[in-house]
Design a protein around this ligand. Structure first.
Ligand SMILES: *Cc1c(COP(=O)(O)O)cnc(C)c1O
Length: 305
């Protein structure tokens, strides 16, 4: 897939921060947020091989699923515009009128939106629900919610080989787990001594370990034993925020001149700095933290019922 303007490998940026010096650890950001203005971060990595497959299948149209603030819907809309696919976004819940900025972005990039009530949305993978959508939208190429599928694992695995210096730990945020599954798979291949730590962006996310294991089994035929998921840094739940998180984000911005996406990346780094302050990583540890996406303006809209 040849995409004009794609910045790969994404840059590495070591942070100078006395909180790190005190603990004797190094922290290097991998700036996947800079990969592409319309296809940033893990969304490009996750979609790449799906787009290849859709093209090979001769698909005219992609259909996928997401919540009203989904970065995945945005990315699929942008990918469709760039690669010449029509796109359909199946949105969870009530129709939005007016559209929020995220859905407006999707529509501006040519996506047709359709809505499923929450109960039906939960059953979106059922053959009956899927067949109805397939018939309505003329046999589209279906991409799962969050894009976490076998091609996504492969696409995310590739990022590990881009890191051209030794490291011990690589951290990423976890939403559906495809990114973590892929990174851990990549470690197994090219950095066997290192481990991956995911930070769940949602509350009560114990189920994510099963999801990651299932994805790895589907993609690799086995699970890699080199990853774990931290569950205590959700700051209230998915797309919720609190004063502790906001204070961290403001301080991070003033120290490093980088406004973090608060839904995912900010929570991971807040969690990581808390762990570092707790001496969770021995002196001498080098940690790579994935900046999996930018701070979309939309991500700062306070939401969720
Ligand atoms: C979608 C997204 C994630 C979650 O990735 P998963 O593979 O679903 O775990 C993390 N960070 C950002 C910025 C995202 O947009």
């Amino acid at each position: 897939m040849d995409v004009p303007g794609l910045v790969l490998p994404s840059p590495l940026q070591e942070l100078a921060d006395e909180r790190l010096t005190t603990a004797g650890v190094r922290l290097v950001l991998k700036r996947d947020d800079l990969i592409h203005p319309d296809l940033p971060g893990n969304k490009w990595r996750k979609l790449k091989y799906t787009l290849v497959a859709a093209r090979e299948a001769g698909a005219a149209r992609l259909l996928t699923f997401g919540g009203a603030y989904s970065n995945h819907l945005r990315a699929v809309a942008a990918a469709g515009a760039l690669f010449g696919f029509e796109t359909v976004g199946v949105v969870r819940g009530e129709p939005h009128d007016p559209l929020n900025p995220s859905l407006q972005y999707a529509v501006d990039h040519g996506m047709r939106l359709t809505y499923l009530d929450r109960e039906t949305y939960r059953r979106k993978a059922d053959p009956h629900v899927l067949d109805t959508l397939r018939a309505e939208f003329d046999d589209p190429f279906v991409v799962p919610e969050g894009g976490s599928d076998i091609p996504a694992v492969r696409g995310c695995a590739e990022l590990v080989a881009e890191i051209d210096e030794p490291f011990d730990v690589i951290c990423c945020p976890v939403g559906t787990g495809g990114t973590l599954a892929g990174i851990a798979a990549g470690l197994e291949e090219v950095a066997p001594g290192a481990r991956a730590v995911g930070f769940a962006a949602l509350k009560g996310a114990g189920f994510l370990s099963d999801d990651v294991a299932r994805l790895q089994t589907a993609a690799l035929g086995h699970t890699t034993g080199n990853w774990s998921i931290e569950l205590d840094f959700h700051f209230g739940g998915y797309a919720k925020r609190n004063a502790d998180l906001d204070a961290f984000l403001d301080e991070f911005d003033s120290r490093h001149g980088l406004r973090l996406d608060w839904v995912y990346v900010g929570k991971m780094l807040a969690g990581l700095f808390a762990q570092i302050a707790d001496n969770a990583y021995p002196p001498g540890t080098t940690i790579v933290a994935m900046v999996t996406g930018p701070d979309f303006e939309t991500a700062t809209v306070q939401t969720r019922s």
